[in-house]
Design a binder for this molecule. Structure first.
Ligand SMILES: Nc1ncnc2c1ncn2[C@@H]1O[C@H](COP(=O)(O)OP(=O)(O)O)[C@@H](O)[C@H]1O
Ligand SMILES: [Mg+2]
Length: 240
């Protein structure tokens, strides 16, 4: 068998949470290969392990066992410092709750992750301004999160995710707090990043997001399943 060469590779990836005497197998053995430059949508209902999988790929948490390679780098082998460097240089993260700093302007929020990259303040502001223009917020540079709509806040979060020019964008239900039209705008923006050559992985339970995907994976109870199995399961579940 050839060596795995995709941008993201997992083999028998597991994450088990221990809570008192119970164990939750959030990821129960995931094998996936995500090629560079693709737009992958991972579909799954609430509790299926979507966030857990994205956090592991993003180096925000560590697996219980299994292989996890990104860009040929084995994340299990990285110590805390190296993992922080990986997060800063390789990954841009977009969250459902936007996670902006409420006391900061759009410009300050977008520039924030650069503080730790040793780049002078003026250059940071310039780059943040360019990215806010890219996401259509050139008129909102001085606005704080409370002065912006949800869609605008998510655009700031996307600018922030791009600030260190990462090759990989990970988005955890980025449209979950937005109305449909605004959500499509955000997905379109993520799709443009993919067209620029970035690898984009979005997890969602919203099937309307599938139209943006080049690749689709289905997650149920911590396992990847076929589309048929997924659809059969979702139809019988009243809550989704
Ligand atoms: N930090 C944690 N401690 C304990 N259980 C967790 C933790 N994070 C997630 N889980 C559990 O793991 C499973 C998958 O969670 P998650 O990845 O958040 O799913 P999703 O994002 O698809 O809703 C759920 O049963 C959840 O309760
Ligand atoms: Mg989640």
């Amino acid at each position: 068998m050839a060596e795995p060469s995709a941008f993201i590779v997992t083999r028998n990836l597991r994450k088990t949470f221990v809570m008192g005497r119970t164990r939750v197998h959030a990821l129960a053995g995931i094998d996936l290969d995500i090629p560079e430059g693709t737009f992958t949508v991972i579909m799954g209902p609430s509790g299926s392990g979507k966030s857990t999988l994205l956090y592991l790929i993003g180096g925000l948490d560590r697996p219980t066992s299994g292989t996890l390679l990104v860009n040929g780098q084995d994340l299990n082998m990285l110590d805390e410092n190296a993992l922080a460097v990986y997060r800063r240089n390789t990954v841009g993260f977009v969250f459902q709750q936007f996670n902006l700093i409420t006391s900061m302007t759009a410009l300050e929020n977008a520039a924030f992750p650069m503080r730790f990259a040793g780049i002078p303040g003026k250059e940071r502001a310039q780059r943040a301004r360019k990215l806010l223009e890219l996401v259509g917020l050139e008129t909102h540079l001085r606005h704080r999160p409370v002065e912006m709509s949800g869609g605008q806040q998510q655009r700031v979060a996307i600018a922030r995710a791009l600030i260190n020019n990462p090759r990989l964008i990970l988005a955890d239900e980025p449209t979950g707090n937005l109305d449909t039209t605004t959500g499509f705008g955000i997905m379109q923006l993520l799709s443009n990043l993919h067209r620029d050559g970035r690898t984009v992985v979005v997890v969602t339970h919203d099937p309307r997001m599938l139209r943006f995907a080049t690749h689709v994976l289905y997650l149920l109870d911590g396992r990847l399943v076929s589309r048929e199995e997924y659809e059969a399961s979702i139809q019988t579940e009243p809550t989704g």
